[in-house]
Design a protein. Structure first.
Lengths: 532, 232, 341
């Protein structure tokens, strides 16, 4: 047991240094004016009417995004997870696509559709285009983009959760009630805590998002922090601006922790080998299929198509590839390494949380989730503040700093996936090995790891996607000459040819999706989905 | 007229035949126990009757109407008016005892006053009227059994299906509940199809015994003709 | 079996260590120079590649993003003050360069190529040198009958509801307004701002956006950078480019040169000086003039394209950029209020 304690404590310390130390440094900085302690920045921040207005905007945007994501994601998840709708898997992949690409690229593609020089403008009349542009550049547009980006989180949560329901519960209900009633009376109430959790996460992610609101010119609080950085060069004020968001994140997470955690765990039943109860749609199949198809076409296909149209010829892709080749290489390498590091770190973190092996497991859980929801600006500048010293130059001036940023921000993902994976492994497995005399390392390596390998694979993939799509942290800390693809596209947008920008966006999407498709094919032939 | 009739029903899962040319007739008021070792296909029979799975061949009739034929479900589960007690009871954890009992009645469109009355009666019958507001997690194993039973009987089903309901209980409790089951049978007079691997249970409960092995019927006899001392 | 776990873990650790070492050893042998760039990557990168090709010195660059969306290459410079990573900074306007001088981040260097550049566009002590400039011009929609000739047209009641300007808290607009404060004095400048407000001036997010609005006919004219206007003309949009205030007693046109700054404590000072020299050369100015950057060379006699006027033909606003930098910080609260912050 001592080995376990040492290793888990070491992992926690590592996480604290990598993740929390930068935040702490930044908070300290925000409390120092000209070398002395002062609440000046906070005073100025809270005194202005503008701050409160921005905060209101942020909350409104986050709330609407979470609401829309749930209203669409839950029914969609039920349709795709519990019925015999045709092409379910294709739809799942389709709707998940916006989650895996940097949100601002989604915004760019929507601008291609609805913007002043977009598809709608070309196909419809000038006034229509004006209406479209007015809707896009403002709150509705932000909600649209962010909801289509984060709705997959609710969708995937629903898909996963319905699989964990004991089918007998639904069958017992089927004996007296129609399928729809079973859904509303039994299925949905059972998965409700988990779905609410996902919705909360969407709320927080939308709260911290700044790329999309900036591009679509909707003033939100997270932009304030950024503006303080770029326009006014004021680090202290910038962090002070980020703190309310961090606080809000903390508060919301605490609520989630207290209210929902218990319920979700109580209902976490092992996935039944018999599989979930499938509802046959019968004559409703056709129109529901059409409905989902139209939704997919509008939400995902249209913007992507606009990118393809904007890119135009194959030549544009070749030129784009030539222009971004270095950044592409950097991205792939860093995402792969980052994902591996996150999987390892996440495994130990998840193990700690699941087994509650040490008294501070709760703090670790909360800490990783807090870091995940933290605006990337805060983490990025914290990283600079912490690591930009002569002694740590070997970190700061190399891509290692980007990796540290990934580890700080995304460990919650792999951690929670590991927890989910471990939840379906009975504790008796490890206990049996222990009573047979196996030490902790041996038990981990020979019993636990093989049993959660699919969860770990899922975790690696998801970490890979998030590292690849990361824009905020990379943009702030990338060492000279080592920019990543999303950053490169961002700078291209400033004055590059629209076709090249569009082609580069498509390249970005393909790069993200390709390994997923590959894995999906491999996993399919083995007859199992990674999340089972 | 037979209340339940399975006619040459076959079912296979992934190339493995679970049920082979299975025929069974159940008359009203009979207590048929399907006895057999694990994996012999007895649970499959129940699931076919309930309508959760489709037969590959043969027909299933309830009350003279064909409800399922080869690869076809003609009547969905909620239209078959059957009650079922599952092996793990499947009580809905997010609902109270009252909620568990009320769900089916509500779904069938029974108005509130009648619902309340029937629930009260049933709870009294199973001696659980003090636990109306309790949640399943707060009940003991035996209490949960009784609620599961109550829930299944509340809808006045054409037949009650029970899938090894007592297998998780100790002997004493099991015997006690068997007694309760029979007592309820005396009062309500339902048709019972009971699946188990336990001979003692079969002996206690059955009016007719069907012995199954490897998806086929070995013997189907009235209880009087079944030699209790016979070794398998 | 324990051994196989240990073996796997060791192998994995070894692999990871090797990869990390590889990343750390990103520094390949040979000379290198680290430059932070605020000029659009699309225009600056080709110049830097040419430098690499011509000198064999490897260029490692960090690029800025658009104005308000800027991650602040400046911020990196300021954050890294005590441990500089950059060797030099390619600013797209001299105010940032002046700020760096103020903060002690810049170091003086008089390049031989700076000789041909007019004194107006370089720091007196040599802390920064200007090159390849943009002019602040008026982009005017062709349907406008009474074409504006001065920036004071913004205050003209006839322009009401027909004017747009980029957010004066960012970029070249801030600089120009600060310059106006310097040249006109606070009173007149404040009145000008008030007049603009009365004329319902719309605030756009960038000069590019302003130019697009005018090109689309939504507004009559806007004050933008010369490259924004020149590009819309090149694209065939129904607009024209007017250099404002060119009359004898008028203000003149505000010029925004690029600026090179050598960083104090640079890791590779010699390579940095070479790059500075390269950027200040007439050849570089020629390339930038002929590219889509459409920037005005400050050396005399450099070839330009049709849309880019030569500096000697433009009446320029007399500007002390260092003073403007200080003024900018001074009027920041006022501008914030004006914008509605």
């Amino acid at each position: 047991m001592r080995t376990r304690r040492i290793i888990l404590t070491a992992v926690t310390l590592f996480l604290a240094v990598v993740g929390l130390a930068p935040i702490v440094v930044m908070i300290v900085r925000s409390l120092m004016v000209d070398g002395g302690f002062s609440l000046e920045y906070y005073r100025t921040l809270l005194a202005t009417e503008r701050s409160w207005r921005l905060l209101g905007n942020s909350l409104e945007l986050a709330l609407l995004t979470a609401l829309l994501s749930t209203l669409v994601g839950l029914p969609l998840g039920l349709l795709l997870g519990k019925t015999d709708l045709p092409f379910r898997r294709v739809f799942v992949m389709l709707f998940t696509l916006p989650l895996v690409i940097p949100p601002y690229i989604t915004a760019v593609s929507w601008a291609n559709v609805l913007g002043p020089s977009g598809l709608v403008a070309a196909l419809w009349s000038e006034p229509m285009a004006q209406v479209g542009a007015r809707l896009l550049f403002g709150l509705p547009g932000c909600v649209l983009v962010l909801a289509s980006t984060f709705m997959p989180a609710v969708l995937l949560a629903t898909l996963t959760l319905v699989r964990t329901i004991n089918p007998r519960l639904e069958e017992a209900a089927r004996l007296s009630a129609r399928p729809l009633r079973v859904l509303s009376g039994i299925t949905v109430p059972l998965i409700r805590p988990g779905v609410l959790l996902a919705a909360t996460l969407v709320f927080l992610l939308a709260l911290g998002e700044f790329g999309v609101p900036t591009f679509l010119r909707y003033n939100v609080f997270s932009v304030e922090s950024f503006t303080q950085f770029s326009a006014f060069y004021n680090f202290g004020a910038a962090t002070a601006a980020a703190v309310p968001l961090a606080l809000l994140t903390f508060v919301v997470l605490s609520v989630e922790w207290l209210a929902l955690r218990k319920k979700t765990q109580a209902l976490r039943l092992t996935p039944d080998p018999g599989g979930t109860v499938v509802i046959k749609l019968g004559r409703h199949r056709v129109w529901l299929f059409a409905l989902v198809g139209v939704l997919g076409a509008m939400l995902v296909v249209a913007p992507l198509l606009s990118l393809l149209l904007q890119a135009g010829s194959p030549g544009a892709y070749l030129r784009a590839l030539y222009v971004v080749r270095d950044s592409l290489f950097h991205s792939l390498l860093l995402a792969a390494i980052g994902a591996t590091g996150l999987t390892v770190l996440g495994f130990f973190v998840g193990y700690l949380i699941h087994t509650r092996a040490l008294p501070f497991w709760g703090a670790v859980d909360a800490g990783t989730v807090l870091l995940f929801a933290m605006p990337s600006t805060v983490i990025g500048v914290g990283l600079i503040a912490l690591w930009n010293r002569p002694t740590t130059n070997f970190i700061y001036s190399t891509p290692l700093i980007i990796l540290l940023g990934y580890l700080a921000q995304y460990t919650a993902l792999t951690g929670r996936i590991t927890v989910a994976g471990l939840a379906s492994v009975p504790a008796s497995m490890e206990e049996a090995a222990a009573s047979a005399g196996a030490g902790w390392i041996r038990r981990l390596g020979l019993i636990v790891l093989p049993l959660v390998k699919y969860a770990l694979l899922s975790g690696w993939l998801i970490a890979y996607i998030f590292c690849l799509r990361d824009t905020g942290i990379s943009m702030l800390v990338y060492p000279p000459g080592y920019d990543t693809l999303p950053v490169r596209i961002f700078t291209l947008m400033a004055n590059g040819l629209p076709e090249i920008v569009a082609a580069a966006c498509v390249l970005m999407i393909v790069t993200t999706v390709l390994p997923l498709v590959g894995v999906a094919l491999v996993v399919r032939t083995r007859g199992r989905w990674a999340w089972q | 007229m037979a209340i339940i009739e399975l006619n040459a029903v076959s079912k296979a899962y992934q190339d493995k035949t679970v049920l082979h040319d299975f025929s069974l007739v159940v008359e009203p008021g009979q207590r048929v126990v399907i006895l057999g070792p694990s994996g012999c296909g007895k649970t499959t029979v129940l699931r076919l009757l309930a309508g959760f799975i489709t037969p590959d061949a043969g027909t299933i009739s309830i009350d003279g109407r064909v409800v399922a034929a080869a690869n076809e479900i003609l009547r969905s589960p909620e239209e078959r008016h059957l009650g079922m007690v599952f092996q793990d009871l499947a009580l809905w954890p997010h609902l109270t005892v009252e909620g568990n009992l009320e769900f089916g009645l509500k779904a069938q469109g029974i108005p509130r006053p009648q619902r309340v009355q029937r629930i009260q009666e049933m709870l009294r019958m199973v001696k659980m009227d003090a636990y109306v507001r309790a949640r399943p997690a707060e009940l003991s194993g035996g209490q949960q059994q009784r609620i599961a039973l109550a829930r299944a009987l509340l809808l006045q089903p054409k037949a009650l299906l029970m899938d090894e309901p007592l297998s998780n209980l100790d002997e004493e409790l099991s015997q006690h509940l068997r007694g309760e089951l029979l007592r309820l049978y005396e009062r309500l007079g339902f048709t019972l199809i009971y699946v188990t691997h336990d001979r003692a249970e079969a002996n206690d409960i059955a009016t007719n015994i069907v012995c199954m092995r490897h998806g086929r019927i070995e013997r189907s006899v009235p209880i009087e003709d079944f030699d209790t001392g016979q070794r398998q | 079996m324990n051994k196989s776990i240990i073996a796997t873990v060791t192998a994995a650790t070894g692999l990871v260590a090797a990869v990390i070492a590889g990343l750390l050893a990103c520094s390949s042998p040979g000379q290198r120079v680290v430059v932070y760039v605020s000029e659009d990557q699309v225009f600056s990168e080709p110049i830097l590649r040419d430098f690499e090709r011509d000198t064999g010195i490897r260029v490692m660059a960090v690029y800025d993003t658009e104005e308000a969306k800027s991650t602040g290459v400046m911020n990196r410079l300021l954050a890294e003050k005590n441990n500089p990573q950059a060797d030099m900074y390619w600013a797209n306007e001299p105010i940032r360069a002046a700020v760096l001088k103020q903060q002690g981040i810049a170091v003086a260097y008089r390049s031989p190529n700076a000789e041909g550049i007019p004194a107006d566009f370089k720091d007196a002590q040599g802390y920064w040198t200007g090159f390849s400039a943009r002019a602040r011009v008026l982009i005017v929609n062709q349907t406008v009958s009474d074409k504006p000739k001065s920036i004071t047209s913004y205050a003209d009641p006839a322009s009401k509801g027909r004017i747009v300007i980029a957010n004066p808290l960012f970029g070249t607009t801030t600089t120009e307004i600060a310059a106006l404060f310097m040249l006109w004095g606070d009173e007149k400048a404040k009145a000008f701002l008030a007049d603009m407000k009365r004329n319902e001036v719309k605030i756009s997010t960038s000069n590019g956006e302003s130019a697009d609005f005018v090109a689309a006919g939504q507004f009559g004219f806007a004050l933008v950078d010369s490259d924004d206007a020149a590009n819309r003309v090149k694209q065939g949009k129904p607009v024209e480019l007017i250099y404002p205030d060119q009359g004898d007693n008028e203000l003149g046109c505000f010029i925004v040169p690029n600026a090179v700054v050598l960083i104090n404590g640079a890791p590779h000072p010699e390579a940095a000086r070479k790059l500075v020299d390269y950027l200040l050369s007439p050849e570089t100015e020629r390339k930038l003039a002929l590219s889509d950057a459409a920037q005005i060379p400050l050396h005399e006699g450099v070839n330009t394209s049709a849309t880019v006027r030569k500096i000697e033909t433009i009446k320029t606003m007399k500007t002390d950029y260092a003073a403007v930098a200080r003024k900018m910080q001074e009027i920041e609260p006022l501008l914030k209020q004006w914008v509605g912050y």
